[in-house]
Write a protein that binds this ligand. Structure first.
Ligand SMILES: C[S@@+](CC[C@H](N)C(=O)[O-])C[C@H]1O[C@@H](n2cnc3c(N)ncnc32)[C@H](O)[C@@H]1O
Length: 209
Protein backbone atom coordinates (compact mmCIF):
# COMPACT_ATOMS: atom_id res chain seq x y z
CA UNK A 1 0.00 0.00 0.00
CA UNK A 2 2.84 2.40 0.90
CA UNK A 3 4.61 1.48 -2.36
CA UNK A 4 1.44 2.40 -4.29
CA UNK A 5 1.19 5.71 -2.37
CA UNK A 6 4.82 6.55 -3.20
CA UNK A 7 4.26 5.71 -6.87
CA UNK A 8 1.14 7.89 -6.97
CA UNK A 9 2.82 10.90 -5.27
CA UNK A 10 6.64 10.50 -5.43
CA UNK A 11 7.14 14.08 -4.16
CA UNK A 12 5.61 13.19 -0.77
CA UNK A 13 7.87 11.43 1.78
CA UNK A 14 6.55 8.08 3.08
CA UNK A 15 7.74 5.94 5.99
CA UNK A 16 6.85 2.46 7.20
CA UNK A 17 6.93 2.25 11.00
CA UNK A 18 5.21 0.87 14.06
CA UNK A 19 2.34 3.20 14.99
CA UNK A 20 3.34 2.74 18.65
CA UNK A 21 6.83 4.22 17.98
CA UNK A 22 6.57 6.89 15.29
CA UNK A 23 9.97 8.05 13.94
CA UNK A 24 8.96 11.73 13.98
CA UNK A 25 9.73 14.64 16.31
CA UNK A 26 7.29 16.05 18.87
CA UNK A 27 4.56 18.44 17.65
CA UNK A 28 5.70 18.11 14.03
CA UNK A 29 2.32 17.82 12.29
CA UNK A 30 -1.12 19.37 12.26
CA UNK A 31 -3.11 16.34 11.04
CA UNK A 32 -2.97 12.59 11.65
CA UNK A 33 -5.31 10.23 9.80
CA UNK A 34 -5.77 6.71 11.16
CA UNK A 35 -8.12 5.04 8.68
CA UNK A 36 -9.45 1.61 9.67
CA UNK A 37 -6.22 0.75 11.47
CA UNK A 38 -6.44 1.36 15.24
CA UNK A 39 -8.68 -1.70 15.75
CA UNK A 40 -5.85 -3.79 14.27
CA UNK A 41 -2.95 -2.22 16.22
CA UNK A 42 -1.84 -4.46 19.13
CA UNK A 43 -0.79 -1.59 21.40
CA UNK A 44 -3.52 0.93 20.60
CA UNK A 45 -2.94 3.16 23.69
CA UNK A 46 0.74 3.63 22.74
CA UNK A 47 -0.22 4.40 19.13
CA UNK A 48 -2.70 7.06 20.30
CA UNK A 49 -0.07 8.44 22.72
CA UNK A 50 2.28 8.77 19.75
CA UNK A 51 -0.43 10.66 17.83
CA UNK A 52 -0.73 13.06 20.78
CA UNK A 53 3.05 13.51 20.85
CA UNK A 54 3.36 14.11 17.09
CA UNK A 55 0.49 16.62 16.87
CA UNK A 56 1.05 20.31 17.50
CA UNK A 57 -1.43 21.99 19.91
CA UNK A 58 -4.68 22.53 18.00
CA UNK A 59 -3.74 19.80 15.50
CA UNK A 60 -6.25 17.08 14.70
CA UNK A 61 -6.61 13.30 14.63
CA UNK A 62 -9.20 11.93 12.20
CA UNK A 63 -9.89 8.29 12.95
CA UNK A 64 -12.14 5.64 11.46
CA UNK A 65 -12.45 2.16 12.97
CA UNK A 66 -14.81 -0.76 12.73
CA UNK A 67 -17.38 0.05 15.43
CA UNK A 68 -16.67 -1.97 18.63
CA UNK A 69 -20.24 -3.25 18.56
CA UNK A 70 -19.24 -5.30 15.51
CA UNK A 71 -16.59 -7.29 17.36
CA UNK A 72 -18.65 -7.63 20.57
CA UNK A 73 -21.23 -10.00 19.08
CA UNK A 74 -22.90 -11.23 15.90
CA UNK A 75 -26.28 -11.38 14.19
CA UNK A 76 -28.22 -14.55 14.91
CA UNK A 77 -29.00 -15.06 11.18
CA UNK A 78 -28.76 -13.44 7.75
CA UNK A 79 -32.32 -12.10 8.11
CA UNK A 80 -32.48 -8.28 7.79
CA UNK A 81 -34.33 -8.18 11.16
CA UNK A 82 -32.05 -10.71 12.88
CA UNK A 83 -31.34 -10.00 16.55
CA UNK A 84 -27.79 -8.95 17.35
CA UNK A 85 -26.45 -11.15 20.17
CA UNK A 86 -23.57 -10.41 22.54
CA UNK A 87 -22.73 -13.69 24.24
CA UNK A 88 -19.50 -12.83 26.03
CA UNK A 89 -18.52 -9.54 27.58
CA UNK A 90 -18.69 -6.28 25.62
CA UNK A 91 -16.44 -4.67 28.24
CA UNK A 92 -13.53 -7.15 28.08
CA UNK A 93 -10.92 -6.73 25.31
CA UNK A 94 -9.92 -9.78 23.28
CA UNK A 95 -7.88 -10.49 20.17
CA UNK A 96 -9.56 -12.22 17.21
CA UNK A 97 -8.81 -13.18 13.62
CA UNK A 98 -11.21 -12.65 10.72
CA UNK A 99 -10.73 -14.14 7.25
CA UNK A 100 -12.61 -12.49 4.38
CA UNK A 101 -12.73 -13.65 0.74
CA UNK A 102 -13.63 -11.21 -2.05
CA UNK A 103 -13.32 -11.81 -5.80
CA UNK A 104 -11.17 -14.88 -5.19
CA UNK A 105 -8.76 -13.01 -2.90
CA UNK A 106 -8.55 -14.14 0.74
CA UNK A 107 -7.50 -11.62 3.40
CA UNK A 108 -6.83 -12.29 7.09
CA UNK A 109 -7.27 -9.49 9.62
CA UNK A 110 -5.83 -9.76 13.14
CA UNK A 111 -7.81 -7.37 15.32
CA UNK A 112 -8.60 -6.58 18.93
CA UNK A 113 -12.10 -6.07 20.31
CA UNK A 114 -12.03 -3.14 22.72
CA UNK A 115 -14.95 -1.31 24.30
CA UNK A 116 -15.45 2.32 23.26
CA UNK A 117 -14.06 3.45 26.60
CA UNK A 118 -10.62 1.98 25.77
CA UNK A 119 -10.31 4.35 22.77
CA UNK A 120 -11.64 7.34 24.66
CA UNK A 121 -9.35 6.72 27.66
CA UNK A 122 -6.43 6.58 25.21
CA UNK A 123 -7.53 9.96 23.77
CA UNK A 124 -7.81 11.34 27.32
CA UNK A 125 -4.30 10.17 28.23
CA UNK A 126 -2.88 11.60 24.97
CA UNK A 127 -4.45 15.06 25.52
CA UNK A 128 -6.87 14.57 22.61
CA UNK A 129 -10.30 16.15 22.90
CA UNK A 130 -13.10 14.66 20.85
CA UNK A 131 -14.82 17.30 18.73
CA UNK A 132 -17.03 15.11 16.54
CA UNK A 133 -18.21 11.50 16.54
CA UNK A 134 -20.30 9.62 13.97
CA UNK A 135 -21.72 6.10 14.19
CA UNK A 136 -21.96 5.01 10.59
CA UNK A 137 -24.15 2.24 9.11
CA UNK A 138 -23.40 0.75 5.69
CA UNK A 139 -24.44 3.06 2.87
CA UNK A 140 -27.49 2.34 0.77
CA UNK A 141 -26.99 -1.33 -0.18
CA UNK A 142 -26.04 -1.80 -3.82
CA UNK A 143 -27.65 -5.26 -3.66
CA UNK A 144 -30.34 -7.01 -1.65
CA UNK A 145 -27.65 -8.90 0.25
CA UNK A 146 -29.21 -9.38 3.73
CA UNK A 147 -25.77 -9.03 5.36
CA UNK A 148 -25.79 -5.39 4.23
CA UNK A 149 -29.43 -4.80 5.23
CA UNK A 150 -28.63 -5.84 8.83
CA UNK A 151 -25.85 -3.25 9.09
CA UNK A 152 -28.35 -0.53 8.17
CA UNK A 153 -29.84 -0.91 11.68
CA UNK A 154 -26.60 -0.82 13.72
CA UNK A 155 -23.37 1.17 13.31
CA UNK A 156 -20.70 -0.69 11.35
CA UNK A 157 -18.09 2.09 11.58
CA UNK A 158 -17.06 4.79 14.06
CA UNK A 159 -15.61 8.10 12.86
CA UNK A 160 -13.98 10.52 15.33
CA UNK A 161 -12.31 13.90 14.99
CA UNK A 162 -10.21 14.92 18.02
CA UNK A 163 -8.04 17.97 18.70
CA UNK A 164 -4.72 18.11 20.57
CA UNK A 165 -4.91 20.44 23.56
CA UNK A 166 -2.00 22.40 25.01
CA UNK A 167 -2.54 20.51 28.29
CA UNK A 168 -4.70 17.48 29.07
CA UNK A 169 -8.09 18.11 30.63
CA UNK A 170 -6.84 16.40 33.81
CA UNK A 171 -3.85 18.80 33.98
CA UNK A 172 -6.11 21.78 33.34
CA UNK A 173 -8.44 20.56 36.06
CA UNK A 174 -5.66 20.31 38.65
CA UNK A 175 -4.27 23.70 37.57
CA UNK A 176 -7.67 25.26 38.15
CA UNK A 177 -8.23 23.55 41.52
CA UNK A 178 -8.25 26.86 43.41
CA UNK A 179 -10.47 28.59 40.95
CA UNK A 180 -14.03 28.19 39.80
CA UNK A 181 -12.92 28.74 36.21
CA UNK A 182 -11.46 26.07 33.96
CA UNK A 183 -9.40 26.73 30.87
CA UNK A 184 -10.26 24.46 27.98
CA UNK A 185 -6.90 23.02 26.93
CA UNK A 186 -7.34 23.96 23.28
CA UNK A 187 -5.69 27.36 22.71
CA UNK A 188 -5.79 28.03 26.49
CA UNK A 189 -9.30 29.49 26.18
CA UNK A 190 -11.18 29.91 29.44
CA UNK A 191 -14.62 28.52 28.82
CA UNK A 192 -15.81 26.32 31.66
CA UNK A 193 -17.53 26.84 34.97
CA UNK A 194 -16.95 24.24 37.63
CA UNK A 195 -19.99 22.51 39.08
CA UNK A 196 -19.10 20.68 42.27
CA UNK A 197 -20.72 17.41 41.25
CA UNK A 198 -19.23 14.14 40.14
CA UNK A 199 -20.60 10.99 38.55
CA UNK A 200 -18.44 7.86 38.73
CA UNK A 201 -15.38 9.97 39.54
CA UNK A 202 -15.93 12.25 36.54
CA UNK A 203 -16.17 15.98 37.13
CA UNK A 204 -19.21 17.68 35.67
CA UNK A 205 -18.45 20.98 33.97
CA UNK A 206 -20.89 23.52 32.64
CA UNK A 207 -19.48 25.19 29.55
CA UNK A 208 -19.91 28.88 28.94
CA UNK A 209 -21.17 29.45 25.39
C1 LIG B 1 -7.63 -3.02 7.86
S1 LIG B 1 -6.01 -2.48 7.32
C2 LIG B 1 -6.38 -0.87 6.71
C3 LIG B 1 -5.35 -0.37 5.77
C4 LIG B 1 -5.69 0.96 5.08
N1 LIG B 1 -5.75 2.05 6.03
C5 LIG B 1 -6.96 0.84 4.30
O1 LIG B 1 -7.97 1.46 4.64
O2 LIG B 1 -6.96 0.09 3.32
C6 LIG B 1 -5.18 -2.19 8.86
C7 LIG B 1 -3.76 -1.71 8.70
O3 LIG B 1 -3.20 -1.45 9.98
C8 LIG B 1 -1.82 -1.77 9.91
N2 LIG B 1 -1.24 -1.95 11.26
C9 LIG B 1 -1.58 -2.87 12.19
N3 LIG B 1 -0.80 -2.74 13.28
C10 LIG B 1 0.06 -1.71 13.04
C11 LIG B 1 1.10 -1.08 13.79
N4 LIG B 1 1.43 -1.48 15.03
N5 LIG B 1 1.78 -0.05 13.21
C12 LIG B 1 1.44 0.38 11.96
N6 LIG B 1 0.45 -0.16 11.21
C13 LIG B 1 -0.23 -1.20 11.75
C14 LIG B 1 -1.78 -3.04 9.07
O4 LIG B 1 -0.52 -3.24 8.50
C15 LIG B 1 -2.86 -2.74 8.03
O5 LIG B 1 -2.28 -2.15 6.89
Amino acid sequence: MVRAAVEASPELPALVADAAALPVTDACCDLVIAYMSLQDVDDMPSAVREVGRALEPGGHLCMAIVHPLNSAGRFASLDPDAPFVIQGSYLDSHAFVDTVARSGLEMTFSSVHRPLEAYFRAFEDAGLIVEALREVPVGKPSSDDPRHQRWRRLPLFLFVRAAKGSTTLTEAWSLSRNSRRLELPIHGRECGTRLDSRIDGMSILRWRS
